[in-house]
Design a protein around this ligand. Structure first.
Ligand code: ZN
Length: 185
């Protein structure tokens, strides 16, 4: 194995969070001033479903990375089963990578209550909410006769752990919730 000459090492001082860049304070030292970090976000005061920006960071060359919190289930009340969250992940990844060249990642969160979508530059929360609703509508209207995207042994690690019926039901609940109360947390 080649020795690491540290040329690729990241200097954390070179990256800033837009919400704290003015004060130059490190988020780990004063979490109260870092409201966008998910662990410091009060999950008891939110109403799912919602779409919100979880964090926004700027690189030293000006690139801005935006991470969205897409919450489908009410925190501390319910969470998705692995098969439905897995199916939703396949659809959302497919839809987002096809639609946006600036998407970096689409992943479920650890509590299985929703997803994170990370992208360069980003769009307004309202726009993202609209895009997610459209994606969910595609899932709801997806023909049961068609195979779930990339749910094969070559493209997926657990192709048997999928459930289109539950994913569709969850997508419908998301659309209904956003339509009735809006996209805010
Ligand atoms: Zn998979």
């Amino acid at each position: 194995m080649k020795k690491n000459n540290n040329t690729n090492q990241v200097d954390p001082e070179e990256y800033t969070d837009e919400t704290v860049s003015e004060s130059k304070e490190k988020p780990t030292e004063k979490p109260v001033d870092y409201p966008t970090e998910n662990f410091y976000f009060d999950h008891t005061k939110v109403s799912a479903p919602y779409v919100k920006i979880a964090s926004k960071k700027a690189g030293k060359k000006g690139d801005v990375i935006v991470k969205y919190d897409i919450r489908l289930c009410q925190p501390n009340f319910e969470c998705m089963d692995t098969d439905e969250v897995h199916t939703l992940k396949h659809f959302l990844s497919e839809i987002f990578y096809q639609s946006f060249k600036n998407v970096i990642d689409v992943s479920p969160n650890g509590s299985r209550t929703g997803f994170y979508i990370t992208m360069f530059d980003g769009v307004a929360e309202e726009t993202m909410a609209k895009v997610i609703v459209e994606a969910m509508q595609k899932i709801v209207t997806f023909s049961d006769a068609n195979p779930i995207p990339f749910a094969t042994e070559t493209s997926c690690s657990s192709p048997k752990d999928h459930n289109l019926i539950k994913a569709k039901k969850r997508a419908m609940m998301f659309i209904g919730g956003i339509m009735s109360k809006g996209y805010q947390a």
